[in-house]
Design a protein around this ligand. Structure first.
Ligand SMILES: [Zn+2]
Length: 220
């Protein structure tokens, strides 16, 4: 049996087919993928069935489903903010709009990003190596532990947020994922991109000390 989380604790329940990227994030039957060496074009539509692999045992897979819920919450909130912005754009301009604040499950979303990067490296980039020199199927134990909520990610590993106005992400509800390498084959991380219509009224802040890791507030 194959399970990339076996360094956390014992595997149970036999092999499980893990969706490489959370199913609830996609509304259609295909996803957009980019940056993988097995893809022939920079961005390509991939059938969802191609994004499933035997890389976790049933027990470890089910313990990570809470992270899928966090990711769905984050993307649903982003879409809600976009919808409110679009509605406000059709209204008569006002000097001040009500300020709306949203709390996102930041730490859980960060863990979801880490598990998704591990999923795609283990399943799709089998010849890659991790920075500690281990094979693709054996992600670093401290990162795996943090994905399972045991300890913090070792700095500077983590989720970073950037806006790319010129980024070639196709419009729509999909999420695109692209692994990053240093040298020939060593995993550096991944970019996770999604198209938003955020305008200059949206402020995203990260608050480390609070239980929720970030909040987003459109102010116009
Ligand atoms: Zn396992």
């Amino acid at each position: 049996m194959k399970c990339w989380a076996s360094s956390v604790d014992g595997c149970k329940g036999g092999q499980s087919g893990e969706h490489l990227v959370t199913q609830g994030l996609f509304e259609g039957k295909t996803a957009i993928a980019g940056g993988f060496r097995w893809l022939r074009t920079p961005l390509q539509e991939v059938p969802l069935t191609a994004l499933k692999a035997n890389i976790l045992c049933r027990d470890h897979n089910s313990r990570l489903s809470v992270l899928d819920s966090a990711a769905i919450t984050v993307f649903r909130t982003v879409r809600e903010i976009e919808a409110i912005q679009a509605r406000r754009m059709t209204l008569r301009p006002r000097r001040i709009y009500d300020v709306l604040s949203y709390r996102l499950p930041g730490p859980a979303f960060e863990r979801w990003c880490m598990k998704t990067v591990i999923n795609i490296i283990v399943a799709l980039e089998k010849t890659a190596v991790w920075p500690d020199g281990a094979a693709a199927s054996t992600p670093p134990a401290p990162i795996v532990a943090a994905v399972f909520g045991r300890g913090r990610l070792p700095a500077p590993v983590g989720l970073y947020f950037a806006l790319h106005p010129e980024s070639p992400v196709p419009p729509g509800p999909g999420v695109s994922l692209a692994p990053l390498f240093t040298g020939v084959n060593t995993v550096l991380g991944a970019t996770l991109s999604f198209c938003t219509a955020f305008r200059d009224g949206v402020v995203v802040t990260m608050r480390r000390r609070s239980r929720a890791g970030s909040s987003t507030r459109p102010s116009r």
